[in-house]
Write a protein of this length. Structure first.
Lengths: 516, 503
């Protein structure tokens, strides 16, 4: 026995009232985690770009909304339904563009023609989506409610009348053909009476003037939108020559003035969020990468992720045909801090970003990279990645670094996440160790979840809350990085000279390159 | 007719791509501040200045050729700016002559081409007039030759010939065409029909009544006649195409002249901005490539001088020192000095003045920079890997006679390993005849060169003043094994609630 049908409210949020949000994540943090790249690429140049960016950047305040969005994402895993939804969205966009242009059209005949065109597209879009929803397996509360709504709408007399009327008008107008004669400023319009084609002859006459490579000044004709007033006068005369067709068109426009259904329009806007994210994810899935629906915990800091990866990085590697290395992590019991050390170019930074990305995307209600994930419902993420030096900042890089870290650590709460990547590199090892210990001490004091990337090995052994993870190397080729980051003690190995050798910039290699 | 303001014997190649290290230079030397001041809000000048700045000369005579032109410009700024304005106006007129809708109409393309030629000729006359009035005021070979050429080539006979051709080019036609309705009921699929109205046989036999509606565009209805012209001209697309191509050749001279004058106008803009901030400028004295001369007094970072007050100038004598290592306090002006040296080199080699009381320097084939960078946005590389990869790219292009500036390079690993990499790289560069300036906090690296090459290395240090205050003036001094992280931590109050030194 099915539950009573739900009334469709929203694709993004199951409740009637607008959801409170925890507010947008800060720009710097999105940039540090490369989430700005993800959000930008997902939103692309879509019409609902702002809505998509807002939905992906703002973290909903409750777990229920996350679950509601997960259901919709799961339904759209059906390829047939996804295709239908994308096609529908494209057509609805076209309808909106059409109608938006009407106010710029001075000629009634032009407006009416364009309005008819919008209606034709709309009818097609609605019927196609209704058919797709009726035949697809739909389980989400949001899509089930919308499917029922749409089925009833398509059956309504109002919609059936609109559709048949539009098709008839379109056929009639397509058969109209006329001719225009211009004599100075005088214009004559009549039905086309069979004069022969003259342009081919003209073209042939002037063909000989064509030169070799030179800028092409031939005009690509496209006058729409914006019929000229002369075009409007001509349309007026054409309407007199073909009164039946044009009168029927006018009556159509009056009869169906407000043909768009507001609920369908809202559905279409919110659908953009899902389509955009799935478009972004699709090539990655095709490349064999997993996405999962994470569990969010609000009370426990036992978290894990399996086969996860940096989404922004994967979105670059996959189109280039390069492999994406996946990683696992988990924290249990008193464990809170992951100190990542090990060889450079070993995926440490990527690992740190991945940790932050997962938490953010999960909280926005999206499927996240990985085959399984349980993540913490945080209040704020703090990041510290090295910034480019800026000469307008006279206080110096290190002081700037410390001020930023100080600010973050003073604002963090026990529900916050802190992600730091190789800070203090522009000073000495002893400074880096001194300051790194200060940071980790504070993190432990606050009971924060934290990922700390460093080359200072000592930080990995600061007590039971600290877990040491390290990037790894291939045993047979130390210059070849595996990009695997695994749980193991910090071993003090860095492979700087091996990398220098890989790039051909050791002393011996450089002498050979520069003096040859 | 040639402009030849940047080279005595050829045009500047504004199409050439930037040198391999160009993007790094712009970013690392903060060239954009300088370039935007030169451009004064004009994107065209920005582009021109960028291209000229990045394509420096190595030949001291070539540099002096530009210095002389620039000195003329600074003596008669109003004449130069007027000439530049004429070229800008000429090309603006040319663009306006096309009209906003005109590119949709072949008839307009045709008349537009004619209009263009007409306005360009007006501007050519103005240039000739400038030449007549001011040629005697200039001393530089570059400007003198330009103005004399204008007088010679643009004589009165030539203008007469041009006008004759313009009168011949006017063309009008009327058209008959069929059409269908587009989805918005406007006309589409215009097909030009025979101009001679032949009645269909049915009509001639009176079998079918012919209904014709007509209207006449009011004579003052410009838009209407434009629209009509659009429809009427669709058939003569190719004719207009051929006509318009000839107009292009005439305007190319203005394009070249505008670009070359534009560089000097940009220099005037920069000079004005620096003067307004009481910053000294001087023409540097370039020495031939291959020498190792580099000495300055009062050298400032030009970009910083445009943005900050109280910029301190440095006096440095590095003659005979292929390696300069700069160490010392963070925030002590190390990077600023490094940028000032790079900027001065680049400015000198494109013929500009520098922000210093004096500078004598060997020219170099090219300036390279290797500065600490933000996390690679491509993320494919780790930090050190990215630095070494950049170093490798530089090694592909750098050569004897180049200069390279390092800023905190190879510090993405620990100090011992970073020092070792830096040592190997710098040693190889020096042996290959490349001059090196290196800002570093890595004591191990700096001290190694102090022991190995005390005579051919200049050590500068950003000093820390008593009481923790810092100046930006560098002193000749050997590196010290100290760091300041703990100081700063205590000064800003930390985050663990410890007692701070200041409180």
């Amino acid at each position: 026995m099915m539950a009573a049908p739900e009334v469709f409210v929203s694709l993004l949020d199951g409740r009637t009232a607008a959801s409170p949000t925890a507010g947008p994540a800060e720009h710097d943090i999105m940039a540090d985690l490369n989430l700005d790249q993800v959000v930008n690429a997902v939103a692309g140049d879509r019409e609902q770009r702002d809505l998509i960016i807002q939905t992906l950047s703002q973290v909903p305040a409750d777990v229920a909304t996350v679950r509601y969005r997960h259901e919709v994402f799961r339904d759209l895993e059906d390829p047939g339904l996804l295709r239908a939804a994308a096609r529908f969205a494209e057509q609805m966009r076209s309808v909106r563009v059409h109608l938006g242009q009407l106010s710029k059209m001075d000629s009634a005949h032009q407006r009416e023609g364009w309005f008819l065109d919008a209606a034709v597209i709309y009818c097609d879009a609605v019927r196609a989506l209704a058919a797709a929803l009726a035949s697809a397996p739909v389980a989400s509360r949001a899509l089930r409610a919308f499917r029922d709504y749409l089925a009833a709408y398509v059956e309504s007399a109002r919609f059936a009348g609109l559709a048949s009327d539009a098709a008839a008008r379109r056929d009639e107008l397509a058969r109209v053909m006329y001719q225009v004669r211009i004599k100075g400023l005088r214009v004559e319009v009549s039905r086309y009476d069979g004069e022969p084609d003259y342009s081919a002859e003209i073209e042939k006459t002037f063909e000989r003037f064509q030169q070799g490579a030179a800028k092409d000044y031939r005009v690509r004709y496209r006058t729409w939108p914006g019929m000229t007033h002369v075009g409007a006068w001509i349309a007026e005369l054409v309407a007199r020559l073909f009164p039946g067709e044009f009168t029927a068109l006018r009556e159509f426009c009056q009869r169906h003035a407000a043909f768009q259904d507001p609920v369908i329009s809202q559905f279409d806007r919110e659908l953009q969020f899902y389509l955009a994210y799935l478009d972004y994810v699709r090539p990655l899935r095709s490349a064999g990468l997993g996405f999962c629906y994470p569990e969010l915990t609000g009370d426990s800091k036992d978290i894990l992720a399996r086969d996860t990866f940096d989404l922004a990085l994967a979105a670059r590697l996959v189109p280039a045909g390069q492999p994406v290395i996946t990683n696992d992590f988990h924290l249990g019991g008193r464990e809170r801090v992951i100190v990542v050390s090990g060889p450079n170019q070993g995926g440490k930074t990527t690992f740190a970003r991945t940790f932050g990305q997962l938490h953010h995307l999960a909280t926005a209600g999206c499927p996240v990279p990985g085959t399984a994930a349980r993540l913490f419902r945080y209040d704020r993420i703090f990041t510290h990645f090295e910034r480019e030096e800026d000469i307008s900042d006279m206080t110096g890089k290190l002081e700037n670094d410390l001020l930023r870290i100080q600010k973050a650590l003073l604002e963090a709460t026990p529900r916050s996440i802190v992600i730091m990547n190789e800070i203090f590199t522009s000073t000495t090892v002893s400074d880096a160790r001194f300051l790194g210990e200060k940071v980790v001490t504070k993190v432990i004091e606050l009971d924060l979840l934290c990922v700390y990337v460093t080359f200072v090995d000592e930080l990995a052994s600061m007590g039971p809350t600290v877990v040491s993870m390290a990037s790894t190397i291939a045993p047979d080729n130390p210059a070849e990085r595996t990009y695997k980051v695994v749980r193991k003690p910090a071993d003090g190995l860095a492979f700087a000279l091996a990398i220098a050798d890989k790039h051909g910039v050791t002393y011996r290699q450089l002498i050979g390159r520069l003096t040859s | 007719m040639k402009a030849h303001l940047l080279y005595p014997d050829r045009d500047f190649d504004f199409e050439a791509g930037p040198p391999p290290a160009g993007d790094d230079l712009i970013q690392d030397l903060e060239l954009s501040t300088l370039l935007h001041t030169m451009a004064a809000g004009d994107n065209f000048l920005l582009d021109i200045s960028t291209r000229v700045l990045l394509a420096g000369l190595t030949d001291p005579d070539g540099i002096r050729y530009r210095q002389r032109v620039l000195a003329d410009c600074m003596a008669e700024p109003q004449v130069i700016r007027t000439m530049y304005d004429i070229t800008v106006a000429a090309l603006q007129d040319k663009r306006r002559a096309w009209g906003f809708f005109s590119s949709q109409y072949p008839t307009s393309i045709l008349s537009g081409a004619i209009n263009q030629l007409e306005v360009l000729i007006v501007r050519l006359r103005e240039l000739r007039q400038i030449a007549d009035e001011h040629v005697a005021k200039f001393r530089s070979p570059g400007l003198t030759a330009l103005l004399q050429t204008l007088q010679l080539e643009l004589d009165d006979d030539y203008f007469e010939t041009l006008n004759h051709h313009l009168r011949e080019l006017r063309f009008r036609n009327g058209e008959l065409m069929s059409a269908r309705l587009d989805r918005d009921n406007s006309g589409i699929e215009y097909v030009l029909r025979s101009g001679q109205a032949r009645r269909g046989w049915k009509e001639r036999l009176g079998m079918e009544p012919r209904s014709v509606y007509s209207f006449t565009i009011p004579p003052r209805d410009e838009a209407g006649s434009q629209a009509l012209q659009d429809m009427a001209s669709r058939g003569i697309n190719l004719v207009a195409n051929a006509a318009a191509q000839s107009a292009d050749h005439v305007s190319s001279y203005f394009t070249v002249l505008r670009a070359e004058l534009g560089f000097y106008v940009s220099c005037l803009n920069l000079g004005d901005a620096l003067t307004a901030r009481d910053q000294p400028v001087a023409f540097p004295d370039p020495s031939p490539p291959g020498t190792t001369e580099w000495s300055c007094t009062g050298l400032r970072d030009a970009s910083l001088a445009l943005r900050a007050d109280h910029v301190v100038g440095n006096d440095v004598d590095a003659d005979g020192k292929p390696l300069v290592i700069i160490t010392g306090a963070n925030s002590g002006g190390k990077s600023t000095f490094l940028r000032s040296a790079g900027l001065a080199q680049v400015m000198m080699q494109c013929g500009m003045f520098v922000t210093a009381a004096s500078l004598r320097a060997s020219t170099c084939r090219q300036v390279f920079t290797h500065f600490i960078r933000e996390e690679d946005p491509e993320m494919v590389s780790g930090r050190l890997d990215e630095e070494l990869k950049r170093m490798s790219t530089i090694a592909d292009h750098i050569d004897r006679g180049c200069v390279i500036l390092f800023n905190e390079s190879f510090a993405a690993t620990n100090e011992r390993e970073g020092s070792e990499i830096a040592r190997q790289v710098v040693r190889a560069l020096l042996e290959a005849g490349i001059r090196v300036l290196f800002v570093t906090h890595q004591f191990d690296f700096a001290d190694g060169f102090r022991r190995e090459r005390p005579d051919s290395t200049l050590f500068l240090r950003a000093p820390r003043q008593p009481g923790g205050r810092r100046t930006y003036k560098l002193a000749v001094a050997e590196p010290l094994p100290t760091s300041y992280g703990e100081d700063i931590y205590r000064r800003i109050g930390g985050w663990l609630g410890e007692q701070t030194a200041d409180s």
